[in-house]
Design a protein around this ligand. Sequence first.
Ligand code: LLP
Length: 431
Amino acid sequence: MATKRNFPLTTPGLAYEKNSLYFEGISLEKLAQTHPTPFYVYGQSTLMANFQEFLGEAQMAGLQNPLVCFALKSNPNKELLKLLANEGSGADIVSGGELKRALEAGIPGERIVFSGVGKIEPEIELALLKGVYSFNVESIEELELINTVAKRLNKTARICFRLNPIVKAKTHKFIATGNKTHKFGLIQGDIKKAIKTPKFWTHSKLVGLSVHIGSQLMDLKATGKAVKILGELGRSLPETPEFLDVGGGLGVAYSPDEIKKRPEISTYMQLVARGLEESFYAHYKQRPKTRVVFEPGRRIVANAGVFVMKVLRQKVSDDQRFTIVDGGMNDMMRPAVYGAHHEIVPVKKPASSKKVDTHVVGPICESTDCFAQRQLPPFKSGDLVVLSDAGAYGYSMGSNYNLRGRPLELLVEGDKGIRVVNKAQPYEDLL
Ligand code: LLP
């Protein structure tokens, strides 16, 4: 199985057939003949399987009436959202734009939670008019503003405090959110004080508590702690909360050696169930109807998408080799911003096992526009390569930097084949 060791595939939809790479049954070579590179391609089948596993495992673990609110920031593609909406998904949003997108995709207000430290008045107004399930409040001033806007509109805002549990999540420091130095959430003392301040509650009602301590979590120790702190605070509230929201953050395997380290969804759900049982449900004589809300993004969509690029040319400078591809950090920022690892897989399986040390770089005028430096086959101009596990925080973090266009997004819809699901600004239109 030498080839398997050469190109272990972390994305379940990828497979070689006759030495050519397919994604969910579609030949990527053929796809690149009919669609301009670079492009993202997503797989309906993996997306649906991930969502169903998430929801199913929550139910299996005995979590009460779970609501899975997909984090739009990870991938707000409308067609993907429509598929999730049909499965009963809700949405975790952080802007008015995301609110509109979720509604357009058919996710009703009563399945939408609105997080974020910088909500502005027009967004709050729209969210109130659309009847969002909760405002996940991150500061006292925000609470005051929501109450004021609700008064003006003669509405009652559904409030959830986002708790900052002061725990240390083991992940990249840019994506940890649950400690005191982070801007997110409110510490317990401030939540308790706010609850006792009548002026905040004339047009607002406390309905829940939430916590989100970070993203790409492979070690769930801090998650377990945060869930317990959430449950303890929950049972100390004057009224039993309608829901407890445990956020998102579950990690995925970006490289083959991470596959074993990746926590199973079932393990995660059992941890949440046990944590809430001990800290919350067990303390009531009559079991409360409090439901559990989740905000996963990455775990639902990361491995349901890949980014396909074409090799433009090679350049060898003394002992350094550069493989220049047509995708850039404006299309896929994760390696440039977090030094994130994504597997780079050749679409045509190389005949020989020869590898060279190369920097895989894009066209952007920044040295950080580099997808990887590693041992890869000696690619040549015109070769196609795939950046694996690119479905989350790929397109959504992209920009027009260097006045480049935005890549196409394609969807493999099982037997129905392939469909362009976003051609907002194909590169060719700019030329
Ligand atoms: N809920 C809240 C309040 C969040 O801030 C986030 C992510 C999520 C849920 C979803 O987390 P997930 O399940 O996807 O880990 N751009 C970074 C990730 C930033 C995450 C921001 N917040 C990356 O590419 O790794």
